[in-house]
Design a protein around this ligand. Structure first.
Ligand SMILES: NC(=O)c1ccc[n+]([C@@H]2O[C@H](COP(=O)([O-])OP(=O)(O)OC[C@H]3O[C@@H](n4cnc5c(N)ncnc54)[C@H](O)[C@@H]3O)[C@@H](O)[C@H]2O)c1
Ligand SMILES: O=P(O)(O)OC[C@@H](O)[C@@H](O)[C@H](O)[C@H](O)CO
Length: 485
């Protein structure tokens, strides 16, 4: 079977939606994973199609390995998105990527691309751990050897290093202002990215750091965003199904739910794609959107994943069909998360929560519990801790937040050193020989994930230990009884 590329697409009687000869690169995207392809690249293509402005082609950069480069470069940046959900299934060819770079192999080219005058926007989806921030303080981890190497002037391999060095190049070249748009699931993702770039500048020697910091303050904006679309990791079976539908082999294919949403703070230093013409909401106040999504959708996702793993479920849809897991998530979002939130103006909170729970149940998506469960040490903070703290501040018992934390701890204790987490070695080092609640919970409370006041909070730790014991006993009936009580 022929591989998808502009020529093979043409031979099959179709053409990319965008005129590829007219496309210019105006956006650099760091972290060209599945989500970028199903979300940012689609919005950007739709914006160019709606406005006819083709100066927003995307230079896509892979963050950790050359795998995505190997998938996309031979296809000249073309790839497909297949929607899976009720009444969907169409395979769409997306044509907004103008070039692909393997970041770890070609870091100088990444800096060059960010420094190019035609680039006016950098977007990024490099996962929570890709920011190299200490979980509790959010500050750049300058003891991280890769961060150190970037600070010492090596061709940068970290995302913050690439952004900072790219901005420095713009400054030296007078290439003009630019906007850096984080699209990761972090609260205040833009503010955080800006603070990390400032930390990078602060850690540079004297005058070099001062100059960069001053230029960034004047010429760069870091708007906050809320992004939403459930995008699982593509499987070999997905690739075969796409091939059968498309008649061409697409190694970079992604699968996504039909729903998509993007709320962007309207704070740009230079021109940008008209993403609003593709359905994005540009607003002055993104924080309520971000927090609502993190505390309802992402917190619910994490609880489903960790509890679901202990109940033997492979996918999120299986968890959502399990009364015990589904009830736990329902109670977390309605009893603890919603009352902790300042909702976006006009949003019906309970209706939003129900729509999210319905999306979890999408059986066609195949989102795995393992993928959602990965990197828990980086996700607990933004997704669960604000709700737990809010319940404690009201003098309440954070039963459902503690259940999610206990289920994460049980997952860590069960997986041991095999846990997929950037802190895997630290977590495994903390685990006691005996894996009972009284041994595990106090140890994992010291992982650097929980703030001091929660580590010392016996109501919270007592609840976590109680849930851990119930999960560990493997008595689903007893667990279910307590959850549905
Ligand atoms: N998949 C979704 O449903 C979804 C939805 C909303 C937001 N997001 C955000 O997008 C992120 C990526 O999700 P995805 O589905 O594309 O995952 P993915 O595994 O397909 O891709 C992850 C990307 O991040 C890069 N990356 C990973 N670790 C890195 C590191 N240490 N430094 C630099 N780059 C690194 C990888 O190279 C890859 O390009 C998520 O972590 C989340 O913040 C995802
Ligand atoms: O992508 P992650 O690893 O940050 O989190 C896993 C999921 O919770 C997440 O990707 C959701 O599917 C997404 O946030 C929906 O918009």
């Amino acid at each position: 079977m022929n591989r998808l590329d502009p020529a093979s697409l043409g031979r099959s009687g179709r053409s990319p939606a965008l005129d590829r000869d007219a496309l210019r690169t105006g956006v650099v995207h760091l972290g060209a994973g599945a989500f970028f392809r199903a979300h940012t690249a689609v919005y950007t293509e739709d914006a160019m199609l709606a406005t006819g402005d083709t100066s927003w082609g995307i230079g896509a950069v892979t963050g950790r390995s050359a795998r995505v480069w190997e998938q996309m470069a031979p296809q000249d940046g073309l790839f497909t998105v297949t929607e899976r959900g009720s009444g969907s299934g169409a395979v769409r060819v997306v044509s907004s990527v103008t070039g692909t770079l393997a970041g770890p192999r070609d870091p100088r080219a990444v800096v060059e691309l960010i420094g190019a005058p035609g680039t006016r926007v950098v977007t990024l989806t490099v996962t929570e751990k890709g920011y190299r921030a200490a979980p509790l303080t959010g500050r750049l981890d300058v003891r991280d050897p890769s961060v150190r190497a970037d600070l010492d002037g090596a061709p940068p391999l970290t995302s913050v290093g690439q952004i900072a060095r790219g901005l420095q190049l713009r400054m030296l070249r007078d290439a003009g202002p630019i906007t850096v748009v984080s699209c990761d699931n972090l609260s205040g993702n833009g503010d955080r990215t800006g603070a990390l770039v400032a930390d990078f500048a602060d850690a540079l020697p004297g005058a070099e750091g001062d100059r960069l910091r001053a230029w960034v303050a004047e010429s760069v904006c870091f708007p906050n965003t809320m992004v939403d679309r459930m995008v699982p990791a593509t499987t070999p079976e997905d690739l075969d199904r796409v091939e059968a539908a498309l008649g061409l082999r697409d190694e970079a294919a992604v699968i996504a739910e039909p729903f998509r949403q993007w709320v962007i703070e309207d704070r740009f230093a230079a021109a940008r794609p008209r993403w609003e013409s593709a359905g994005a909401l540009l607003t002055d106040d993104v924080l309520p959107w971000e927090e609502t999504k993190l505390r309802i959708l992402n917190a619910g996702h994490s609880l489903l994943a960790y509890l679901g793993l202990s109940l033997g479920h492979r996918t999120i849809a299986e968890c959502a069909a399990d009364t015990v897991a589904a009830t736990a998530v329902h109670r977390l979002v309605h009893e603890e998360a919603l009352p902790s939130l300042r909702l976006p103006e006009g949003l019906d909170g309970p209706a939003y929560a129900e729509s999210v729970l319905a999306r979890f149940a999408n059986p066609a998506l195949g989102h795995t519990t393992a993928k959602v469960a990965a990197d828990g040490s980086q996700k607990i903070g933004p997704r669960l801790l604000p709700t737990i703290r809010a319940v404690r501040e009201r003098g309440g018992e954070p039963r459902w937040g503690a259940l999610a934390v206990a289920a994460w701890m049980h997952h860590v204790a069960t997986a041991g050193p095999r846990v997929e987490d950037p802190l895997a070695a630290t977590l495994a080092g903390l685990l006691p020989d005996r894996r009972r609640a009284a041994d595990v919970v106090p140890r994992l409370m010291e992982a650097g994930v929980f703030p001091g006041e929660l580590v010392a909070d016996t109501v919270f730790t007592g609840l976590a230990a109680h849930w851990y014991e119930l999960i560990d006993a493997g008595d689903t009936r007893a667990l279910g009884k307590e959850i549905t009580l």
